[in-house]
Design a protein around this ligand. Structure first.
Ligand SMILES: [Mn+2]
Length: 292
């Protein structure tokens, strides 16, 4: 998805942070909490002032459905890109932060996990918006039910080039070096990465850019076979699996294209909701698979 040729002068070389070409490790963390219900899940909004209809849908989502919810989980790629927490200076980014803050001040717990597009959104963004930062991957308990949340790009382990890039840009030292660059230089760098990403994607087989069945099975196995929710692939679906004799579910969130679309969880059931003019269809159900 990304090529690894671009690097900034003071950032560590890729070879310095990737001893081999093994898939990036998935960082595990746990939130032991009981967020209020209903909980709403969104990902891949890719907000930018270049897509005002989608941005408007997000503001309407925050002032409408979110205000009726107990908690909201934004699972990455909220922004088309985020060049660093000093990027809150732009009018658009500031308006998003302020709209989030209105929701959080009103008492809705809003959780945010970075995606590949906005992985530099950190404490500064959290402070400006009132969101609570989550690690990728994180497990969240709702009563007796455990949901495992991830952006999803860490599960696309068949795409070795992308995983090498992911490991580099998630390296703290690399990020610290990157953030010393002027904001304009960072924005230019990200623009180039986006262009290269589009070029690289067009030359890759679709399966390579989807999650790896083995990576999903390994993740579910290591967490006691919970329900997994992620985005990133823009392939909305509800998959069911039988893993080691345990029935597991994987919900893939859709990206936003001019209207709001989210997954709602009431503590027992999931439903797909949308502000699109036509009623939302449930996510396509993928046939039951099994994985060892
Ligand atoms: Mn993504």
């Amino acid at each position: 998805m990304f090529q690894k040729k671009i690097s900034l002068s003071n950032a560590p070389k890729l070879s310095e942070v990737t001893p081999n070409d093994a898939p990036a490790p998935i960082r595990l963390a746990e939130v032991v909490t009981a967020p209020e219900l209903p909980a709403l899940f969104v990902a891949d909004l890719h907000l930018t002032d270049e897509r005002p209809q989608t941005a408007a849908a997000f503001f309407d989502f925050l002032s409408g459905p979110v205000r009726q919810a107990g908690s909201v989980f934004i699972l990455g790629d909220l922004f088309e890109y985020w060049a660093g927490d000093d990027d809150t200076g732009s009018a658009f980014n500031r308006s998003v932060c302020e709209a989030l803050r209105v929701a959080t001040v009103a008492g809705v717990a809003v959780y945010f996990m970075t995606g590949n597009r906005d992985l530099l959104a950190g404490q500064g963004f959290a402070h400006a918006s009132g969101v609570q930062l989550l690690a990728d991957v994180v497990s969240v308990r709702f009563g007796t039910r455990t949901l495992l949340l991830s952006h999803g790009d860490g599960l696309c382990t068949d795409d070795r080039d992308y995983q090498a890039f992911r490991l580099q840009v998630r390296n703290r030292e690399w990020q610290a070096g990157f953030l010393t660059q002027p904001l304009d230089a960072r924005r230019n760098f990200i623009e180039k990465v986006r262009e290269q990403s589009e070029t690289a994607k067009s030359g890759k087989r679709a399966e390579i850019m989807d999650v790896s069945a083995d990576a999903v099975a390994a993740l579910l196995r290591s967490h006691g076979y919970p329900t997994l929710i992620h985005g990133h692939t823009h392939r909305p679906a509800r998959h069911t699996y039988l893993i080691d004799g345990h029935r597991c579910e994987r919900h893939v969130l859709p990206d936003w294209r001019g209207h709001a679309v989210w997954l709602a969880f009431d503590g027992a059931e999931f439903s797909v909701r949308s502000t699109a003019p036509s009623p939302p269809a449930p996510f396509p159900q993928a046939g039951e698979g099994s994985s060892e």
